[in-house]
Design a protein. Structure first.
Length: 102
C-alpha cells in the first residue's frame, strides 16, 4: 500500500516539476526583432528603444513586461502571464540578445 502512495506522490511531483520547467518563456539566447540577426545590431539600442523591443517581443507572445531596470548596457525585466511572474530576463542593448536569468 505504501509503495502505491509513494509512486502516486512521485508522479504528482514529476508532473508538476515538468509543468514548471515548461513555463519558461525565454529560450536561452534568443534575440529581439530590432536586430537583423542573432546578436548583430547595426547600433546599440537606447534604453527607450530597448524597452519597446522587449515589450514587442513578449507582447506578440501574449505576455506583459514589468519592473524594467536599466543597468548599463543591460536591462532586467520581469515577464508576466496575467498576474503570475513566469520569467525574469536580461536584455543586452548592444547585441539585442535576450536570456532568462533563471
Amino acid at each position: 500500500m505504501l509503495r502505491y502512495i509513494f509512486i502516486a506522490l512521485l508522479s504528482v511531483f514529476l508532473v508538476s516539476a515538468i509543468s514548471v520547467a515548461q513555463e519558461k518563456v525565454t529560450p536561452y539566447g534568443d534575440h529581439c526583432e530590432w536586430c537583423s540577426s542573432y546578436g548583430i545590431c547595426e547600433e546599440d539600442l537606447g534604453p527607450k528603444e530597448a524597452e519597446i523591443a522587449i515589450k514587442r517581443y513578449f507582447g506578440i507572445r501574449g505576455l506583459r513586461v514589468r519592473n524594467i531596470i536599466v543597468k548599463g548596457r543591460f536591462i532586467e525585466a520581469e515577464i508576466y502571464n496575467d498576474k503570475k511572474e513566469v520569467d525574469k530576463i536580461i536584455f543586452d542593448r548592444k547585441t539585442g540578445r535576450i536570456r532568462s536569468t533563471y
